[in-house]
Design a protein around this ligand. Sequence first.
Ligand SMILES: C[S@@+](CC[C@H](N)C(=O)[O-])C[C@H]1O[C@@H](n2cnc3c(N)ncnc32)[C@H](O)[C@@H]1O
Length: 398
Amino acid sequence: MDSRALSLLLSPEGWTLLNQLPPYEEQTALKLAEGLRARGVDPDLVSAALTQSRLRARAQEKFGQFASELLFTQAGLEQATRLPVAARHAQRYADAGATLVADLGCGLGADALAMAGLGLRVLAIELDEQTAALATVNLRAFETAQVRLADALQVDLAAEGVDAVFADPARRTRSGSRVFDPRAYSPDLDTLLALRERVPNLGLKVGPGVPYHALPSETQAQWVSVDGAVVEAGLWFGDLAPEGSGRSALLLTDDGAHHLSWSGDADAPAGQAPTGRLGRYVYEPDGAVIRAGLVARLCEQTGGTLLDPSIAYISTDTPVQTPMATGFRVLDTFDFGLKRLRAYLRERNVGRVEIKKRGTAVVPDQLRQQLALKGENAATIILTRLRGKQSVLVVERL
Ligand SMILES: C[S@@+](CC[C@H](N)C(=O)[O-])C[C@H]1O[C@@H](n2cnc3c(N)ncnc32)[C@H](O)[C@@H]1O
């Protein structure tokens, strides 16, 4: 959003218009825009308001009802922390007794919002002028939050009285493509990690693919998933990590928050789980458990074994209740072959097949096309390696 669009939106007329727009619908947006322009509303304001309305509709997934109070850019929204996850970050600072948190690279301010919402004082620093302007609007309700347009690395944190730092570095290039190498984050990971010499209570949000060797051994590295999708890894130091060093998984689902953790050096290799035969049940660990290297821990907890040493499917003979994995009852199993699989599914009148796979090159959509199924029934299959062979497990969800 350019500065003219922002000032139009922030004018009394613009703000009223934005907040009176009906819920955004792609099919009716064009007509709505035409109607507004026909009523004499500035076309630039119409365009800015409808863009915001569309972004607010998208932002509901991350911000729920609060989305309708905030302003977004497409890139800022894509990079923003979901509010329930930001709330978890903020709680660490509140529990650590932080008095002034610097949010280095605050973006649109989702993390700063959650911190301010808990009553923490926040100095939210942002390099990009437009983004800083929107963060200022987004944090307007909180007197304890201040947004500063600056290079976060140039701010004298000690002189500001900062006693805790949060940073969620940008992980994309100017053209918008994702950056996976922590040295290419902005600011880069090593520079951010070095801050803990000055401010021991440091928290960083990094990409879920961060390699263990890039982690300081003393950090608490926590991989977070929301409804099964891994969204980040958090690196927590000092009083922000009361659980001490190690790696953990935090799963946020409809039925609450679930933890699995392991204590030790955060940069240690993942433990190796035992391998065993196929039992009556198969469990697919949540991505956060896998990323955190806790599959062996989950095997220990469930009494299960892996089907293959390098594939994260756990098998047991008795059903286990765990929020850390999706469980399936094994109905049938045979070696993988297109003709055989097609015949098996056609005999059972299967028209819809859910294909799960690990450790095989099969592309589910292509396979589905090749199967060309017609029928009333649905089935779930897992394609994986069993005793070194490409195999099919026909399963049903527990
Ligand atoms: C991933 S976003 C932060 C998102 C934020 N945590 C949220 O949930 O809304 C990273 C931000 O850091 C900003 N940034 C990158 N380098 C910076 C620097 N040296 N100083 C200040 N901000 C910086 C980028 O402009 C971007 O807005």
